[in-house]
Write a protein that binds this ligand. Structure first.
Ligand code: HEM
Length: 487
């Protein structure tokens, strides 16, 4: 094998990579040392903006295989036949901390999945929790500010974290989830993934259904106590990355079984609570889990920056037969992600290999042109306008999803007015499902955080939420908080 030659960015051979060029022995450096200047300048530009949330993450490739016939509910091509396989890329993440944060912390986990289908990339950008803290995207920047580092102290502040929740009763369900055992997964392999939002599926006959996605881990759910997590963070801050990487390198490929809950579209309007409210789950007794297929992760990325850091998932990357529901949070996200990608990665981020659609040879086929770092500019005979007389790509005239009927007046409406839209009953139901030991740990975790809050009014407002969820829950949290605050 011929010896590999070190080159400059322009491909010219480098003579000396150990000594900078100087004026005389021991003299100052020379501006003409192209290799030195390029090396230092290039190094200064290695970092790009980190994700504003979910900055710290790990990814892996794999495939999704359909195991059950779901064509009654969707005409999505990649779900159209049992045995059909689609290549995937999944990025797991924590939410609140920055890129250098630890993995084993109490935080929701991202579960962002890209299906490279033959009808384009389908992104399902979910979490390991079936619900979320808020139900209107207008609150998202405030929510995230309150959970990330304080602008003055540079630390996450219990006052801010709990002050936001004091003003967001709808967060009680997700707070109960987060402070419970599942709040710190033992690894990315040992947790479920959820689409969380309600999405719309449309079948070949044009009939619409609302669905919720559940990816159940086949490794079993495993969680860490607050004490175990603190110890693990001290030993290996990148514990979840280590676990995922090593499992796949050993050929122990993690897998999840996908189920959906399916609601015929006509049932949405009269359901007893708003089925598009992201702070609520649909009881399985109303809409049972229907198995769809199996997700397997079997290949680590070759380069973490190129493939994991530069991965771009957007909830509005749908394929025919799958579309959005009127969930306000989802609607806000349809804007937010691609906008973040244009800022973080640039307008041509879909030309990066991890993001490029594999359905069309050469990437997306449209009339979008140019911009920073463009590599896809069509062949020399392609026109850059449409319609044209030169056999350029043209629209299909086939609707991607069934239409939704809307009525009423524009306005900033707080709730759509279903019979049971209160913010607390599902938090109470979740609490009552827990064993005595789980309740004990939940109460201790909440009290550990809430007792650090310096203002009485913030503590009282939060206590009122737990009382509203369940009398026993409220009483026990209140007693535990008061005991710790009196210490
Ligand atoms: C990442 C916005 C709610 C899951 C992000 C990013 C933004 C964002 C701007 C960074 C994207 C990037 O730079 O690539 C929002 C807004 C929300 C919202 C405005 C509410 C209105 C949610 C919800 C979920 C979620 C409800 C889960 C159900 C994720 C995940 C990532 C992410 C998994 C990381 C994606 C990746 O691995 O690249 N979000 N988010 N977000 N968000 Fe959200």
């Amino acid at each position: 094998m011929s010896k590999r030659v070190l080159t400059t960015e322009s491909g010219a051979p480098v003579a000396d990579n150990q000594n900078s060029a100087t004026a005389g022995v021991g003299g100052p450096l020379l501006l003409q040392d192209q290799h030195l200047l390029e090396k230092l300048a290039r190094f200064n530009r290695e970092r790009i903006p980190e994700r504003v949330v979910h900055a710290r993450g790990s990814g892996a490739y794999g495939y999704f295989e359909v195991t059950d016939d779901v064509t009654a509910w969707t005409r999505a091509d990649f779900l159209s036949a049992v045995g059909r396989r689609t290549e995937t890329f999944l990025r797991f993440s924590t939410v609140a901390d920055s890129l250098g944060g630890a993995d084993a912390v109490r935080d929701p986990r991202g579960f962002a999945l890209k299906f490279y289908t033959e009808e384009g990339n389908y992104d399902l950008v979910g979490n390991n929790t079936p619900v979320f803290f808020i139900k209107d995207p207008i609150k998202f920047p405030d929510f995230i500010h309150s959970q990330k580092r304080d602008p003055f102290t540079g630390r996450q502040e219990p006052d801010n974290v709990w002050d936001f929740w004091a003003h967001a009763p709808e967060a009680t369900h997700q707070v109960t989830w987060l402070m419970g055992d599942r709040g710190i997964p033992a690894s990315y392999r040992h947790m479920n993934g959820y689409g969380s939002h309600t999405y719309q599926w449309t079948n070949a006959a044009g009939e619409a259904f609302f669905v919720k996605y559940h990816f159940k881990t086949n490794q079993g759910i495993r969680s860490l106590s607050a004490e175990q997590a603190a110890e693990l963070v001290g030993e290996d801050a990148t514990s979840h990355q280590t676990d995922l990487l090593q499992a796949i390198e050993r050929g122990v490929n993690p897998s999840w079984t996908l189920y959906v809950q399916v609601m015929p579209a006509a049932e949405a309007a009269d359901y007893r609570f708003n089925p598009f409210d992201l702070t609520k789950v649909w009881p399985h007794a109303d809409y049972p889990l229907q198995r769809v297929g199996r997700l397997v992760l079997d290949r680590n990325p070759d380069n973490v920056f190129a493939e994991v850091e530069q991965a771009a998932f957007s909830p509005n990357n749908f394929v025919p037969g799958i579309g959005p529901s009127p969930d306000k949070m989802l609607q806000g996200r349809l804007f937010a992600y691609a906008d973040a990608h244009r800022y973080r990665l640039g307008v041509n981020h879909t030309q990066l290999p991890v993001n490029a659609p594999k359905a069309v040879p050469g990437g997306a086929d449209n009339y979008g042109r140019d911009g920073f770092m463009a590599t896809r500019n069509g062949s020399r005979h392609d026109r850059n306008y449409e319609p044209n007389s030169f056999a350029g790509p043209a629209q299909t005239d086939s609707a991607l999803a069934a239409p939704l009927e809307v009525r009423g007046w524009t306005g900033t409406h707080p709730a759509p007015g279903h019979a049971k839209d209160d913010d607390f009953f599902q938090a109470g139901e979740l609490y009552r499902l827990m064993s005595e030991e789980e309740k004990r740990r939940l109460v201790a975790n909440i009290a550990g955080g809430l007792s650090q809050v310096t203002r009485d009014d913030i503590v009282e407002k939060n206590l009122a939420h737990f009382h509203a969820a369940d009398a026993d829950y409220g009483r026990r949290v209140e007693e535990a908080v008061r005991a710790l605050r009196e210490d």
